[in-house]
Design a protein around this ligand. Sequence first.
Ligand SMILES: [Zn+2]
Length: 223
Amino acid sequence: MPKTVLLCVDCEGSREQILRVARAFESHGVAATFFFTGETAASYPDVVRDIARTHCVNSHTQSHANLRRLTKTRQRQEILNGRDTVEAILGAAARGFRAPYHAINRDTVNILNEEGFRFDVSGLYYRYNMGRVIEIRPSWFREWTGLYDWLHLPARTGWDIPRLLFPFLNPLVLPVHPHYTGRDDAFTAAMGRFIRFARRRSARFLTIAEHLRAQVPVVGPAS
Ligand SMILES: [Zn+2]
């Protein structure tokens, strides 16, 4: 069975960082799923529309709030304002979601169901019955932590981790942060080496929408 890699990009970085990551993907001919905060999308609507021509665009709350610290009413405002901003810029529906800090709770899951979201790429630490929302669980944490600096390891270290995970996970779901990977060419080069590594092993890089379309429907036991 061919390996599928889903690149999921959190967009709360600068315009230059977001575009550097997008152009790096495009130089390798891969498509990714970008999640914009409403505030970032409103700051660079041209970037959102540019990226949507090649990639899939969804939302990442309005202001990058930690949803677990909010009441259900405030959570709903954050989630819907973010989605409305992104959809107004795209002129199309954007029914995928990714929470900041992987932080969701039961209220978040209920809101995603009540408001017609299709998939969620948040759950890393917290596990809930997702109802009708399709859960895409990230396979690792992030491409950079202060730990690498502290250990005097180079920037590319974070992009070595997916190589170690590659044989064991399908799909391999990789969060990408433009404020790390988009900050200089050493990071995008390290990401490019991972993409070539996966390609040599026949991996397919899909957007989440493409991945869901490619899924073979699960047929349950006859009742
Ligand atoms: Zn984020």
